[in-house]
Design a protein around this ligand. Structure first.
Ligand code: PHE
Length: 467
C-alpha cells in the first residue's frame, strides 16, 4: 500500500533536492534579520543558549515528525492530516491543525513580505553607493526615512509579493533547486566576509578608550556568554518561537515539502543537516552584526531595524563595500524569496487539490489576500505607529509577529508531536522513518512523545507566569 502513495504535485528529484528546498525555506529573514534583533532585545547569551537547546531537543525531532507526516500523507497539510487521521482511526478534527497552519502561513507571509521589501530597497541603495563613508547616524536616518514612507514600503512589498506569486504559480520544483544550490553557499561566504570585517572592526571615536576588548570580542561575549539574569519567561518563549520560525516548523511548510519527498530518503539525516545549516547561518549573522553594534555605540535591543542600521555602516567603509553590500542584500532577498514560496505553498497545494483551481489561479488568489493583509504591516511603521493604533503596546506588525512565531507555530508543533507520538501507530513511524538502528529510533520516539511536548507546555506556562 505504501508503495502506491504518490503526490499529485510531483516529487523532488532526490535527497539533495529536498535538502536544498527545505534549507531554502528555513534560511531566510529569520536567520539574518530576526535572530540578531531578538537576541539583542532579550539580552544575548542566555537567550542564544535557550534557542540552541530548543533547536536540538524540540526543533529537530519535530522537524522529523513533520517531514514524516508529509511524506506519509502525500497531500497538502489539511488533506494529509485528514487522511492520516482516517487511516489510523483517529478523529477527523486533526485536520484543524492544517487549517491553523494555513492561517499562520498567511499571517507570517503578510509581514515577511514587507521586511523582504526593505532588503530589496537596501539592495538598490547599497548598489547606488548611498552608504559610502556614512556615520552610524547617517545610516540610521536613511532607515528611518525608508520605513516612514508608506508609499515606498507598499511598492517594495507589492514587488516582492508579485515575485513570490509568479514562482509559486509556475510550480515549486523547477527553479527552486537551482536557485538554492547557488544561493546558500554564496550567502554563507558573504557572511564569512562580514565576520572577517567584524574581526578587525575598531571602536568609533572615543568609544573604545575605557574598554580593554575589541568590538569583535564584545560581540562574541554578548552572543555566547550566558547571563541568566537577563532572560525573562517571555524571553524563553521568544527563543522557542524562533526555533520554530527559523526552521519553518509548525505550519505545514515543511510538511508540504515532505510530501514531495521520495520514499528512500532518510528523514533523520536530512532534518539534522537542514537544522545545522540554518543554525550556522544565524550564528554567523550574529557574529557579523554585534561587533558593528558595539563598535559604533548602538543599542543591541533597538528592534527590527537592527541589521539595516548596522551592516550598511560596514559596507560604507570596507573596500569593495558597494559590491559586497549589494550582493549581500540581493542574496538576502533571494533567501527571503525561497522562504516566502514555502509559506504560501501549503495554501496553493490545498486550493489545487480541493477546489480544482490551476496553480496560477490559486497562487494569484492567495497572493492577493496576503498582499492585502501586508498593508497593515506597512502602515505599522508609519501612519499606524502611534499609540492609538496599538494593542498592549504592540503595532499590527508586532501582533502578527508575536502571535504567529510565539503562539501559533509552537502550538502547531505541539500538535505535530502529539499526533506523531501518540496518535500514529508506532509501526507507521518505524516504517516511514526507516532509521535502521533501533536505538536511534527509540531515542526519537521517546523525545517526540515526552520531551518535546512537555518542554513546549512548560515554556508556555512559564511565559504566562504560571510557573
Ligand atoms: N524559516 C523562515 C526564515 O527563517 C521563515 C518561515 C517560517 C518560512 C515559517 C516558512 C514557514 O526566514
Amino acid at each position: 500500500m505504501a508503495e502506491s502513495r504518490e503526490s499529485l504535485h510531483g516529487e523532488w528529484s532526490g535527497r539533495w533536492a529536498f535538502i536544498l528546498a527545505a534549507t531554502g525555506s528555513a534560511v531566510g529573514l529569520g536567520n539574518v534579520w530576526k535572530f540578531p534583533y531578538i537576541t539583542g532585545e532579550n539580552g544575548g547569551g542566555a537567550f542564544v543558549l535557550v534557542y540552541l537547546l530548543c533547536i536540538a531537543i524540540i526543533g529537530i525531532p519535530i522537524m522529523m515528525a513533520e517531514v514524516m507526516l508529509g511524506r506519509r500523507g502525500r497531500r497538502s497539510p489539511i488533506n494529509t492530516m485528514r487522511h492520516l487521521a482516517a487511516e489510523e482511526g483517529r478523529s477527523p478534527a486533526w485536520q484543524l491543525m492544517g487549517w491553523g497552519g494555513l492561517l499562520a502561513g498567511t499571517f507570517i507571509l503578510s509581514f515577511y513580505s514587507v521586511i523582504a521589501g526593505w532588503a530589496v530597497a537596501y539592495f538598490f541603495r547599497t548598489a547606488a553607493g548611498t552608504f559610502d563613508g556614512l556615520t552610524a547616524d547617517g545610516v540610521g536616518s536613511i532607515f528611518t526615512g525608508l520605513i516612514g514612507d508608506p508609499e515606498r514600503l507598499l511598492a517594495w512589498h507589492t514587488l516582492f509579493m508579485v515575485m513570490t506569486t509568479i514562482v509559486v504559480a509556475r510550480g515549486v520544483r523547477s527553479g527552486l533547486e537551482k536557485a538554492v544550490r547557488f544561493l546558500m553557499p554564496a550567502l554563507f561566504v558573504l557572511l564569512l566576509v562580514m565576520v572577517g570585517y567584524a574581526m578587525n572592526a575598531e571602536y568609533a571615536g572615543g568609544l573604545g578608550q575605557a574598554r580593554g576588548d575589541s568590538p569583535f570580542m564584545a560581540g562574541l561575549n554578548f552572543l555566547f556568554v550566558a547571563d541568566f539574569g537577563k532572560i525573562s519567561g517571555n524571553g524563553v518563549l521568544v527563543a522557542l518561537g524562533h526555533a520554530f520560525f527559523t526552521l519553518s516548523l509548525g505550519m505545514g511548510a515543511i510538511m508540504v515539502y515532505g510530501s514531495y519527498l521520495p520514499k528512500n530518503v532518510s528523514i533523520a539525516r536530512t532534518s539534522i543537516t537542514i537544522a545545522v545549516m540554518d543554525t550556522l547561518v544565524a550564528l554567523l549573522a550574529g557574529m557579523a552584526i554585534f561587533p558593528i553594534v558595539f563598535a559604533n555605540g548602538l543599542e543591541p535591543g533597538s528592534g527590527p531595524g537592527l541589521i539595516f542600521n548596522t551592516l550598511p555602516i560596514a559596507f560604507g567603509r570596507m573596500p569593495g563595500g558597494v559590491f559586497f553590500g549589494s550582493l549581500f542584500f540581493l542574496l538576502l532577498t533571494f533567501a527571503a524569496w525561497t522562504s516566502a514560496i514555502s509559506l504560501i505553498e501549503p495554501i496553493v497545494a490545498w486550493l489545487v487539490e480541493n477546489r480544482g483551481h490551476s496553480r496560477t489561479y490559486a497562487a494569484t488568489l492567495s497572493g492577493g489576500v496576503v498582499w492585502l493583509l501586508g498593508v497593515g504591516s506597512v502602515f505599522s511603521f508609519n501612519i499606524w505607529s502611534g499609540e492609538e493604533y496599538q494593542l498592549f503596546g504592540k503595532t499590527f506588525f508586532d501582533i502578527l509577529d508575536y502571535l504567529t512565531a510565539n503562539i501559533m507555530l509552537p502550538l502547531g508543533g505541539l500538535l505535530i508531536a502529539l499526533f506523531a507520538g501518540w496518535r500514529l501507530r508506532r509501526a507507521t513511524c518505524v516504517e516511514e522513518l526507516a532509521m535502521g538502528a533501533a536505538p536511534a529510533f527509540n531515542l526519537w520516539y521517546f523525545v517526540i512523545r515526552y520531551i518535546s511536548p512537555v518542554a513546549v507546555v512548560l515554556i508556555f506556562l512559564k511565559a504566562i507566569g504560571v510557573l
